[in-house]
Design a protein around this ligand. Sequence first.
Ligand code: ADP
Ligand code: F6P
Length: 502
Amino acid sequence: MEEKSRIIVVSNRLPLILKKTDDGKTEAEKGVGGLVTAMAPVLKNRNGIWIGWPGYVQKEDVDDSMLSAIHSAGSGYNVKSVMLSSEELRNYYEGFSNSILWPLFHDFTDKCIFLPEYWASYQVVNKKFALIVSRNLEDLDFIWVHDYQLMLVGEKLRKMHKQNRIGFFLHIPFPPFDTFARCPWRFELLFAMLEYDIIGFHTIQNKRNFIACIKKVVKQAEIDAEEEFDATVSELRINNRVVRIGVFPIGIDYNDFFLQAWDSEIYKRSKQIRNNVPGAKILLGVDRLDYTKGIPEKLKAFQRFLTRFPKFHKKVHFIQLVVPSRKQITAYADMKLKIEQLVGEINGMFGTDDWLPVQYMFRALDRNELISLYRACEIAFITPLKDGMNLVSKEYCACNIEEKGVLILSEFAGAAQQFYQDAILVNPYDVEGTSSAIYRALNMPLEEKNQRMRNLRADIKKKDIFWWLNSFLNTAIEKNLSSFPRVDEYFPDEPARENMIT
Ligand code: ADP
Ligand code: F6P
């Protein structure tokens, strides 16, 4: 990596947790996710900045003590906040990001609400992020923009005549052209993405989908046929510019989970969880409340399993943890009701005085409790209808230090590309097949469980979050991008419409 270039990370949410102290003040603590753990040392070494929204809506009377707490939360690197009004939260975050891009990119087109005011707000807010970046920018800085909420930030910076190298990573899937084409703002989104120097995806399929979309709308987009299909990193040549497109499956901080799983308190707590259901094997589902996570389908598969295999009554206990999320959006509130109704139905149908088949929890748990659950359960039951990666599946395996657990995983999770040999893969729409997978997991011989779990863990350890970060940054920075021609005057104020197929 070049010595001097700083890194500026831009994400919708800042990686921090706001907490109220006993005397009523607000404190901001550093977030605990894998991304922040991996980014923090890089940002510290390179005098970097993290720019994002602190997670609350700006009131008329801005609370300055809150902002300074936020800005000091980086501990070793700078944090800059982008404040959003309640209208922006509604139209940019709940609207364009989570009622258009999120459902569209996860193949839930029936849930898309294509309102022009959402698009207008998305553009305004992306420009707002770009402005804060530009105010803090030095010539050699590398800018790394994250995720679907901020797809236009690179283009907005180019319009401000910023020529820094800019990278983008999409943490969710990229859909096939037929799906993407339904978006009224498809051209604007695609052309904006071409302003990045490097674009990262989780899977080769996402990369292929993206390249196929570009080739439909940009006639002169050139790429080697072989590279287009198989290469981890391909170069797309358009208008004398080169855009690198790569596959970088995100990982977790494996060692951190692994070490915590060995903790004696965690061990005690996991024993307690087990002792609450003596003689039963535990299946665990951990998901954010989201229609993409396939929670109703999973419950139906469990219901079907209990119907088909009565000998397992009282011998299995399904713990489904759901983390509250995006609760202002109707589709999310509807999903909660659907889940609660199904849990009630299953427990009503099969439950007895001494056996509750499904234990449902709707809350965020602290990390120790989550790891204790990971340790306690025999089977992780993770069946999203579509998921960019799915970190829960990786966290579960990292914590499975006895290597006796089984991972049942949807073939539509990005993680399935990595784990197709050692997880039991299921089609979550196939209720019968998924119920058979539960049966298979419960009956799997110990030796086979050991072997599969060892393989899964070795892969997760090798491709951890630090591997991911280095792969992306090496591709973005180390190989000399400046050796590729860039036309200085190329600022796409007016995207070349003649290139588009309409
Ligand atoms: P998504 O990003 O769509 O929510 P992932 O599985 O990739 O799905 O990531 C979810 C993250 O949220 C994981 O890191 C997991 O540890 C965390 N998480 C999930 N459930 C809970 C919970 N009940 N309490 C606290 N953290 C949770
Ligand atoms: O998976 C995409 C993602 O944006 C994650 O980065 C994030 O943890 C999750 O969805 C929750 O999203 P939100 O910021 O909308 O609560």
